[in-house]
Ligand binder design. Structure first.
Ligand code: ADP
Ligand code: MG
Length: 223
């Protein structure tokens, strides 16, 4: 089984504005094509853990290996743009840009050509089709509904063909019908495109759809 990410003894303490011990030694191994749900009470450190797994934040101690390799700090931005896709609770898209441009910006960050005949352009159009938003490609993001924005976030996360998708409460802001829709789309895309997924969710049915369900309680993972 190919290891996509292996996190060992991850600890995280915030020191400002006051000392908060959040993670007390998290071990987590993520295999290729595996979907994992992380559940846990509010404030238990789920977002912090996801940010550390995505190299958006550094752990206080512990080690992370991607594809059985340790990445130095200077290589993590390349790792992020090429191998990891993020979906957040709110979309974090550029509101004043078109939907298509939002996907192309991610390709641009990975230094890929983005002209109309480029591979990245075709990929962006294909992904918009996959999430059912081809007809919105030229819309400014600010004109999209909440559900459409989350569909778009999934398409953007899949841009550049990453191995791992990290999703932090991706359905947290949606009504139950839209939430179910996004849940099915995210799991469906990850299975079909053979991505690993770590999703933080409060939704039991979402967690039940994943291959593994883990709880983060008092700074450690409880199975
Ligand atoms: N940048 C930060 N500085 C200080 N404390 C933080 C920071 N980020 C999160 N925390 C604290 O860490 C704890 C865990 O936060 P978080 O990971 O957001 O929890 P969850 O996502 O499970 O709700 C909370 O007590 C929060 O206040
Ligand atoms: Mg959170």
């Amino acid at each position: 089984m190919t290891s996509v990410l292996s996190a060992k003894k991850i600890k995280k303490t915030f020191f400002s504005p006051s000392k908060v011990v959040v993670l007390k030694g998290v071990d987590l191994s993520i295999n290729a094509c595996e979907t994992i749900a992380i559940i846990g009470p509010s404030g238990s450190g789920k977002s912090t853990l996801l940010h550390i797994l995505g190299t958006l934040e550094s752990p206080t101690s512990g080690s992370l290996k991607f594809f059985e390799k340790t990445y130095s700090k200077k290589d993590t931005s390349t790792l992020r743009s090429e191998k990891i896709g993020f979906v957040f609770q709110s979309s974090h898209l550029f509101e004043e840009e078109t939907l298509l441009n939002n996907l192309l910006i991610k390709a641009r960050i990975a230094r890929r050509p983005i002209h109309k005949q480029s591979e990245a352009y075709v990929e962006a159009c294909d992904l918009l089709k996959k999430v059912g938003l081809s007809h919105r490609a030229d819309f400014l993001v600010k004109y999209l509904s909440g559900g459409e924005k989350q569909r778009a976030s999934i398409a953007r996360a899949l841009m550049n063909n990453p191995a791992l998708i990290l999703a932090d409460e991706p359905t947290g802001n949606l009504d139950s019908a839209s939430a179910k829709n996004i849940q099915d789309l995210l799991i469906g895309c990850c299975k079909e495109l053979k991505k690993s997924l770590v999703v933080v969710t409060h939704d039991q049915s979402f967690a039940d759809q994943c291959d593994r369900k883990l709880s983060l309680i008092d700074g450690i993972i409880v199975i």
